[in-house]
Design a protein around this ligand. Structure first.
Ligand SMILES: Cc1cc2nc3c(=O)[nH]c(=O)nc-3n(C[C@H](O)[C@H](O)[C@H](O)COP(=O)(O)O)c2cc1C
Length: 413
């Protein structure tokens, strides 16, 4: 089956108080039929035209309408963070004005101020409103900021008059979304190997030594790199996460499995990103059967070190860029720098583990990016999806060796 145009894409559909709000039902279904995962936000006025229930049932997600009683903590921050594109359709003159002026008087206008993600506006309004100088100026302001404002269509309007103000066709809106989603393909032609999650070092047939890594950071990176056009291989320890769409996933259990899975693919990739929390120690002996409680005489479990995967692969590198993660409880900068130099890495992403703000098993992370060029970039706490985007942005600053540059036919830049 041919890949769906929006498979793996997360859209936030903002619906505002236009008579064309009913058309958002068809639009939502069409976007979903192209594979998009769509969450809906409605303004109060929009709920006067259509019920949130309709969109809740069709989108399989709760519909957010209120800044103060959201189903999540601070929806104006959390909702846009997991979106690849925000689409306002239909978008009223009022919401266009609020966005252009930076007003934040409802959930939709507030979240528009918190996001860096691409925004597409499909306006719908009376023809006279669209022609107003104020609206023209607001549209100009938004376009100058990089917001895509589609032209409304000419036709019969709700007032019975004919003019320009009708919601652009579903086809035009979907096309604009598809174009935007596929626009940032700067990693086309790159092969990226990413490790994620914890490892498990068996003690006996049922017990193991592991850690609290959820894999969320590595999965977010795999997804973001795939969306930017890279061919991604994700080598993952046990997690409860869905494999990202379009990513080759390799499941492993132990540090040794992970080393073999990475080593066998290392020579074919351009970049290795090690987010996995690989166990540093494993029991010297693993019992094949379950060790009975009554048989234990107080003898300790002897541990031995596992392979330092990053150091081992760093020694084997030919052209690859290497990015490591340093999970530290203290002296973040110092420990991060040491890892960067000791393992000859191109970048280290340092984060704090331990405590309530721990990077482990959290949806957000606060990291510092250290590069071999000496740059130090502390990032504020943000979702792991945003952290992933910032790491990939930083990757663009490293020249890739010519031996691995994509062929011109593959490059869409
Ligand atoms: C029946 C009816 C239809 C409306 N249709 C539109 C419309 O198509 N476009 C528009 O900009 N405003 C329209 N409005 C006015 C908006 O609903 C009003 O400006 C509202 O404040 C918009 O709020 P919002 O931008 O927060 O959704 C309509 C109002 C009514 C009563």
């Amino acid at each position: 089956m041919a890949a769906l145009k929006l498979q793996g894409t997360r859209l936030l559909l903002g619906i505002t108080g236009s008579i064309a709000a009913y058309k958002a039902v068809g639009l939502l279904r069409t976007l979903m039929s192209h594979g998009a995962d769509v969450s809906v936000v409605m303004t109060d006025s929009a709920t006067r035209f259509m019920t949130p229930l309709t969109f809740e049932v069709l989108s399989n997600h709760p519909v957010a309408t209120d800044t103060f009683s959201g189903h999540q903590d601070m929806p104006h921050l959390s909702l846009p963070e997991s979106a690849d594109v925000i689409l306002l359709a239909p978008c009223t003159a009022n919401t266009i004005a609020a966005y252009a002026l930076g007003l934040a008087d409802n959930l939709l206008s507030t979240l528009l101020l918190t996001t860096q993600c691409p925004v597409i506006i499909a306006p719908a309004m009376d023809g006279d409103m669209w022609e107003q100088t104020q609206i023209k100026q607001h549209v100009q302001t938004l376009r100058a900021r990089g917001v895509i404002v589609l032209e409304p269509e000419i036709g019969e309007l709700a007032s019975g008059k004919v003019g320009r103000g009708r919601l652009p066709s579903e086809e035009a809106i979907v096309e604009a979304v598809v174009e935007k989603v596929h626009a940032s393909k700067e990693l086309v032609g790159r092969r990226i190997l990413i490790s994620a999650g914890p490892t498990r070092e068996p003690i006996d047939a049922v017990r193991f030594i592991s850690n609290g890594s959820s894999g969320k950071m590595g999965y977010a990176l795999a997804r973001a790199a795939q969306l930017r056009g890279a061919e991604v291989i994700l080598v993952s320890g046990p997690t409860s996460l869905e494999p990202p769409f379009g990513v080759e996933c390799v499941s492993i259990q132990t540090a040794e499995d992970m080393y073999h899975a990475l080593r066998s693919r290392f020579s074919t990739v351009d970049v290795l990103i090690m987010t996995a929390a690989v166990g540093d120690f494993r029991p010297q002996h693993c019992r094949e059967e379950k060790f009975k409680k009554r048989d234990w005489k107080g003898e300790p479990i002897q541990l031995e070190q596992t392979t330092d995967i990053l150091a081992a692969l760093s020694a084997q590198r030919t052209h690859q860029l290497l990015i490591g993660f340093a999970a530290e409880t203290d002296d973040l900068l110092e420990n991060g720098r040491e890892k960067l130099h000791k393992k000859s890495l191109d970048m280290v992403v340092v984060n704090q583990v331990g405590g309530s703000e721990s990077a482990f098993d959290n949806d957000t992370n606060e990291v510092i990016l250290l590069t071999r060029n000496g740059s130090v970039t502390p990032l504020p706490r943000m979702s792991k999806h945003m952290v992933a985007a910032r790491i990939l942005d930083e990757l663009q600053n490293f020249p890739m060796p010519s031996s691995v540059l994509p062929s011109p036919s593959l490059s869409k830049r």
